[in-house]
Design a protein around this ligand. Structure first.
Ligand SMILES: [Zn+2]
Length: 219
């Protein structure tokens, strides 16, 4: 990162640590070094957006590893099914950010592999700022909302078509779940494998560059 960006990151991460309550889940304890590592990664996407993008929630809950959540699904005819999902991260609207420490450590050891759980969940948090998640966050004036929707929709459709056909993809097939997951997954690519995104979805890469600013990844 450039010196001004590093300085800005330090300021926003300081704000994050002062305003968010970062704690372990249950008997799992985290120390200040772990808090700092989480805060810095959470704030890398905020260099253009600033501290204001952190409004509306306060807790970061850290599990030692992957965690299970019980999900209820409401089906037609009043049928409710329950299942356990195993997650590495989760973001609740106006609620906590929940993370697996083992997966954060993996990301720190492999920063340029295209994955980053903290960035992924922060992208969901940014998506939620305008109420509801749809893969279209509140955009700064210099980024056209119309162009964003068209470009992301086309890229999402291309990926979903490949996934349905069982074809290999350059973007994690999980992104084809829905437009909000697509936004979170391509955000991970912007920060940890931007060349791959630029090569395969240049329009999306350019919009994310306008939204997040330059990627810290080496060229
Ligand atoms: Zn997600």
């Amino acid at each position: 990162m450039s010196a001004p960006h590093r300085e800005r990151l330090r300021t926003i991460a300081g704000y994050f640590l002062a305003h968010k309550h970062l704690h372990g889940a249950g008997s799992f304890d985290i120390n200040d070094h772990q808090r700092m590592l989480i805060a810095v990664q959470a704030c890398v996407p905020l260099l253009m957006l600033g501290e204001r993008a952190l409004r509306g929630w306060s807790d970061v809950i850290v599990y030692p590893g992957r965690f299970k959540v019980r999900r209820q699904r409401h089906l037609a005819g009043g049928v409710i099914t329950e299942s356990d999902d195993v997650l590495i991260g989760e973001a609740w609207e106006r609620g906590p950010l929940i993370l697996s420490w083992a997966d954060i450590e993996h990301d720190l050891a492999h920063p340029w592999d295209g994955y980053n759980v903290v960035v992924h969940e922060m992208a969901h948090k940014l998506d939620m700022l305008d109420g509801g998640t749809d893969g279209v966050p509140l955009l700064p004036r210099q980024v056209s909302r119309k162009r964003w929707i068209e470009t992301f929709q086309h890229a999402y459709d291309r990926l979903a078509t490949l996934v349905r056909a069982g074809q290999p993809t350059h973007i994690d097939p999980y992104a084809a779940e829905n437009p909000q997951e697509f936004f979170a997954v391509v955000s991970e690519l912007h920060f940890s494998a931007p060349h791959r995104l630029r090569q395969h979805e240049p329009g999306v890469a350019e919009l994310l560059h306008g939204y997040y600013g330059p990627s810290p990844a080496p060229l």
